[in-house]
Design a protein around this ligand. Structure first.
Ligand SMILES: [Mn+2]
Length: 297
């Protein structure tokens, strides 16, 4: 029997990909199967210092090329890690649209693509289906729990589904996290962004028409007002005048927006009902960038 490689294969690894890969590897091991977790991309901001202190068992390169592959938090073949042999993929878990039919035809019931807030929710459902939820380790439960929190922006993002809420509640009993974990987890990310806002923004800007920078923060008002000059420098460096920043403020459930461009202000007022005072705008609910893009297209 060849070994199974559980991987995600995005250029960056976020908490959802990390959680899904490690927890699913554990589920395979509980069933007596040999597996390894391979995550080649660098870990992004959503994997905080405290998360990194947990015993995270993964490698960045596969130790074998005679493997079968399970993909988590990704389903579009062009984003798979380059070592993945597409014809040897045996199972896929994802929460993105576009490749449901493709994988259903190839993998049938081993294709798990559903539009939930976090892929971690689908992995937890798999533990239950396979009657191994009581055997989940504390680290895997902590990871899945945190991934749901992160991908749903503390349940304030509109991608949040009932299944995410249920999984989160069920995982709590198997996890071991401090009482104030929600706030600690998000404010730790705010601190990192505050230390190096330029880098954080460069890594989360989409060079579209217009250029849209994003910073997802617990308290985005506090962080962005301090750094307006740096934010403007980064977004102007893309070379065009049509730019804006969108900064979901998770604790408040709304976005702060920043642009100096009157055309962009009008666009945001019309599309997401933003209210501008000078160059700073606010919304009355929390918007993800992908939702804003769909509306301004
Ligand atoms: Mn995800």
């Amino acid at each position: 029997m060849s070994e199974i490689i559980v991987t995600s294969g995005q250029p960056f690894t976020d908490i959802d990909a990390l959680a899904c890969a490690i927890a699913y590897n554990e589920l395979l091991n509980l069933e007596g199967k040999r597996a390894q977790t391979v995550l080649p991309g660098p870990l992004n901001n959503s994997i905080t210092k405290k998360v990194k202190e947990w015993k995270l068992d993964f490698r960045v390169k596969p130790s074998t090329n005679k493997a079968e592959y399970v993909l988590v938090d990704v389903s579009e073949p062009k984003f798979f890690a380059n070592f993945v042999k597409k014809e040897r993929v045996i199972e896929v878990f994802d929460h993105r649209v576009g490749f449901e039919k493709y994988w259903k035809e190839r993998l049938e019931e081993k294709s798990h693509i559903e539009m939930v807030g976090a892929c971690a929710t689908l992995i937890w459902e798999e533990f239950k289906k396979r009657k191994l939820s009581n055997k989940i380790s504390e680290v895997s439960a902590n990871l899945l729990y945190t991934a749901i929190l992160s991908n749903t922006l503390n349940f304030k993002a509109s991608v949040t589904s009932k299944k995410d809420i249920k999984a989160y509640e069920e995982l709590k009993q198997f996890s071991n996290l401090p009482k104030n974990w929600v706030e600690t987890y998000f404010t730790d990310q705010d601190k990192e962004v505050d230390k190096d806002i330029k880098n954080a923004l460069i890594n989360d800007t989409k060079d579209l028409e217009p250029i849209i920078g994003q910073l997802e923060l617990w308290d985005s008002k506090k962080v962005i007002l301090k750094h307006l000059k740096e934010i403007e420098e980064v977004l102007l460096s893309f070379g065009r005048p049509d730019w804006f920043l969108t900064a979901p403020s998770i604790s408040e459930g709304k976005n702060y927006l920043f642009t100096r461009n009157p055309k962009m202000k009008t666009l945001l007022e019309r599309s997401i009902n933003a209210k501008f005072h000078g160059d700073i705008g606010t919304t009355n609910k929390l918007w993800l960038r992908k939702e804003i893009i769909n509306l301004i297209k």
